[in-house]
Ligand binder design. Structure first.
Ligand SMILES: *Cc1c(COP(=O)(O)O)cnc(C)c1O
Length: 231
C-alpha cells in the first residue's frame, strides 16, 4: 500500500521536485517499506523520534527536520540532519551556527516563512527573513561571515489549513513571490554565500499539487504515503 502510494505520487510529481516522505508518528516498518520502494528522503518533526529513527535506519537516508526545534534539542537533530527546513527564529539560527562551528559541520537550512492566520504557527516574517539574509551576505569587519556554518538553501512554508483553495493559493503566491524578490535583491546567482538559495519547500498531502504550480522544489507528504498517523 505504501509502495503503491509512492509510485502514484512519483508518477504525478514533476521531475526535479524532491519528495520528502513525512514519516512522523509511523513505526519503522512503514519507513522500511518506503525505503525498499526506493525512497531515500524522509522528514520528521520531533527531535527524539527523528534521532531514534535516524540511528536505526540506513546511513544513505537524507533526513529533513521539519518541526519546531528548541535550542536544547539540537544535539538530537543536527548530527543526522541533511537539512533543517524549519528555522523559525534568529535565536535558533544562531544556535545551529554555533553547534556547526563546534562540530565542524555545515548545516543546510530553509527559513520558514510564517504563512496563514493561525497564531500557533511558527515562522519568520518577510522582514525578519530579509534581515537574516542581509546579515548573512554582509562581511564582518574582519572579513568573516556572520553565519559561518550555515548553508542557506531557501524557504519553507505551510499554507493555511483550509478547504478554501483560494486561501491556499494566496499563501503559495506570497511565498513564491518572496522567493523571487529575495533572489533579485540579494543577487543570489552571483553571491557565494547564497549560491544554494533556490529551494521552495511548500505543499503537503492535501495541497502539493497546487504547490507545484507555484514553483515548489520540495514537497513534504505524509498522509498520502503512509496513511493516517499511528501513534
Ligand atoms: C506533518 C507535516 C507534513 C505532512 O503532512 P501531511 O498532511 O500528512 O502530508 C508536512 N510538513 C510539515 C511541516 C509537517 O509537520
Amino acid at each position: 500500500m505504501i509502495s503503491d502510494n509512492l509510485q502514484r505520487i512519483r508518477k504525478e510529481l514533476p521531475s526535479g521536485v524532491k519528495l520528502v516522505a513525512v514519516s512522523k508518528f509511523h513505526p519503522l516498518p512503514a519507513l522500511i517499506e518506503a525505503y525498499l520502494e526506493g525512497q531515500r528522503v524522509f522528514g520528521e518533526n520531533r527531535p527524539q523520534e527523528f534521532a531514534a529513527k535516524a540511528v536505526q535506519l540506513s546511513q544513505d537516508i537524507e533526513w529533513h527536520f521539519i518541526g519546531h526545534l528548541q535550542t536544547n534539542k539540537l544535539k538530537l537533530v543536527l548530527p543526522y540532519a541533511y537539512m533543517v527546513e524549519s528555522v523559525d527564529s534568529v535565536r535558533l539560527l544562531d544556535a545551529i551556527d554555533n553547534w556547526g562551528v563546534l562540530h565542524s559541520k555545515t548545516i543546510r537550512v530553509l527559513l520558514e516563512l510564517h504563512l496563514g492566520a493561525e497564531e500557533t504557527k511558527h515562522g519568520l516574517s518577510e522582514d525578519e527573513i530579509r534581515e537574516i539574509l542581509s546579515a548573512a551576505v554582509t562581511p564582518l569587519p574582519d572579513g568573516g561571515q556572520r553565519y559561518r556554518n550555515i548553508r542557506f538553501c531557501g524557504l519553507m512554508g505551510m499554507a493555511t489549513n483550509t478547504d478554501d483553495e483560494s486561501v491556499v493559493r494566496a499563501d503559495f503566491q506570497r511565498i513564491s513571490s518572496l522567493m523571487e524578490s529575495l533572489s533579485a535583491e540579494f543577487g543570489v546567482d552571483s553571491s557565494p554565500v547564497l549560491s544554494d538559495f533556490r529551494e521552495l519547500s511548500i505543499g503537503m498531502s492535501h495541497d502539493w499539487r497546487i504547490a507545484v504550480e507555484y514553483g515548489a522544489t520540495i514537497v513534504r507528504i505524509g498522509t498520502d504515503i503512509f496513511g493516517n498517523r499511528q501513534y
